[in-house]
Design a protein around this ligand. Sequence first.
Ligand code: GLA
Length: 372
Amino acid sequence: MTARWAAPGRVNLIGEHVDYQDGLVLPFALPFATTATVTRRPGSEVVVTSRGEAARFDVDSEPGDVEGWAAYVAGVVWAMRDAGVSIPGLQVEVTSDVPVGAGLSSSAALECAVAAAVDDELDLGMTPQRLAALARRAENTYVGAPTGAMDQLASMLSTPGHALLIDCRDLSTRAIPLDLASAGLRLLVVDTHATHALLGSEYADRRRTCEGAAAALGLPSLRDATAAQVAGIADAGQRRRAQHVVSEIARVREVTSILDVGRPAGIGAFLTASHESLRDDFEVSCEELDVAVEAALSAGALGARMTGGGFGGSAIVLVRAEGVVAVTDRVQTSYARRGWDPADIVALQPSQGAHRVSCRAPRPQVDDPALI
Ligand code: GLA
């Protein structure tokens, strides 16, 4: 038998740098996906092919044994084996149109596609939540990136036309309507092409500082901290980081209730406030992201913010349909004036989470995003 699954990258609408503090996040699936085709093979080797490259490792590999892109695949195999699943030799073919290094979770897409296809091929019957947890374990423990729960759950569980509200304390989820087109709106994703090597170490640093702030308040996390409690934190660094987390969780609640009553145009100001908090209090933005956000707002966008871990990657912009050209032009002009390469700007609709793809289809199909 052969199993083929596609799993998308994600964009986070709001709720940034709060998933590892038991917070609330509101991502949605992109129409870009990674597809994994998995077939049993004799022996105990896993052979992975992607973009004309091949990697081989033993099903018994341990963290540290495999590096580079194949580590995400090896990590999923390891996490499944560690959870008691007996894994035979496997052939894994990977294709993807998720931009890499754009802050759109290409790694979660790869992990989730492989996890779902292995589950299907071996008839394991795991729930999408369980597969997301194993995919996250691959990222945290095998690859060694201390990320939160958002990316893999978004990739596994998102539904078209909706964002996915995830409560990162109990990992419960709720689909929130995000019908932008009928409201005459567009959501642009601006890939700045900026990648700052800082992301890994700074991410871990932010996590530690938040843990310190929660400990200073005698709380297990900042989820239930109040603004008044945070204002009393003695250490100024911890206080500012905690201010971001607490205000961001409040913004997710506001945005969710606005979307619940079907008024997406009303969320713009919260997106912009999120950006300011990430830039000033959490200090995870960068010049390329700030310029994209400021240019978009000055051209009439309803709201804009960086999305994902920060230090490069992508920004999102909420704009009325008739304002798309003005916003796009202003961002590109601002980039050109600084001598930067043009950003990639794409209008996207919330798309389907992980799903089985027919093995008879000659090529895995993903929706074509409307390229501007
Ligand atoms: C990265 C991590 C996520 C989350 C975001 C910030 O994308 O993978 O778990 O922490 O950063 O919101």
